[in-house]
Design a protein around this ligand. Structure first.
Ligand SMILES: [Zn+2]
Length: 250
């Protein structure tokens, strides 16, 4: 690491839990962010600013006027352009050390498998259960840490499924895929803008901790945030031995 980078990242390098070694790990790491919206915007900005060497952004949508209320990666001039592509440009301007790639199709099948297999950490910033379960299955198959966030109305939640660990529960253990759960989305339910920032920034934090191997993660701990009441709640949970997704994992 040269002097300029030592200076640039000095406020992280100064942290006892991180230091020089963690910063080098960030530089070598690949983060996959699924969904470049309210959660993905702050998550991607923090990971790029922190010097995560490679970031892949996957989102099939274009920027819409209603996104600007909370999706802080985008500007008025970006309305109508592909979110992942706009985000790539913004992140590259923020930090030229970061190699950014955009996937502007909804990730599925082999493309999803390959993207997850090549990532060191995966951030689920999506807004639907089909994507969440597909992403979880891929993370279980490839043993990748999954940092999951959600925000709707004034309710946020965050959890880590560190599938590098043998006994870690997966998303399916916590939220079994019954095929019945209807998606609640921001378009019909609304969402408190700074709540997306709170949860997205926490996802970036948990991702960096996963990469650095620092501290205690939210693995096996679901945290719920009621932004209207300004209250946090934590629920512990364990791996489901009968889980159809992870019980056969070796
Ligand atoms: Zn499971």
């Amino acid at each position: 690491m040269d002097d300029e980078r030592l200076l640039r990242y000095s406020r992280h390098i100064l942290l006892d839990a991180f230091g020089f070694e963690a910063q080098e790990r960030f530089a070598r790491a690949h983060a996959l962010i699924i969904g470049v919206g309210g959660l993905g915007s702050p998550a991607a900005l923090y990971l790029a600013a922190a010097g995560v060497g490679r970031i892949t952004l996957a989102d099939g949508d274009d920027v819409d006027l209603t996104n600007l209320q909370r999706q802080i990666l985008f500007r008025e001039a970006d309305v109508g352009s592909p979110k992942a592509r706009v985000a790539c440009t913004t992140l590259s301007l923020l930090n030229q050390d970061v190699s950014v790639a955009a996937m502007i199709d909804r990730l599925a099948g082999d493309a999803l498998e390959n993207a997850v297999a090549s990532a060191d950490v995966v951030l689920d910033c999506s807004d639907n259960f089909a994507t969440r379960h597909a992403l979880n299955r891929a993370c279980v198959a490839h043993g990748k840490p999954l940092v999951s966030g959600a925000a709707i109305r004034f309710a946020g939640q965050i959890c880590v499924f560190d599938l590098r660990l043998r006994d870690a529960p997966c998303y399916e253990c916590l939220f079994p895929d019954t095929g019945e759960a209807g998606d609640e989305n921001c378009a019909t339910m609304g969402v408190f803008a700074p709540l997306a920032g709170t949860i997205g920034a926490m996802q970036a934090g948990e991702a960096l901790k996963c990469l650095a191997g620092a501290g205690t993660s939210l693995c096996g701990r679901l945290q719920l945030y009621d932004a209207l009441a300004a209250r946090w709640q934590e629920i512990g949970f364990e791996r489901d031995p009968a889980c159809p997704v992870c019980s056969q994992r070796t």
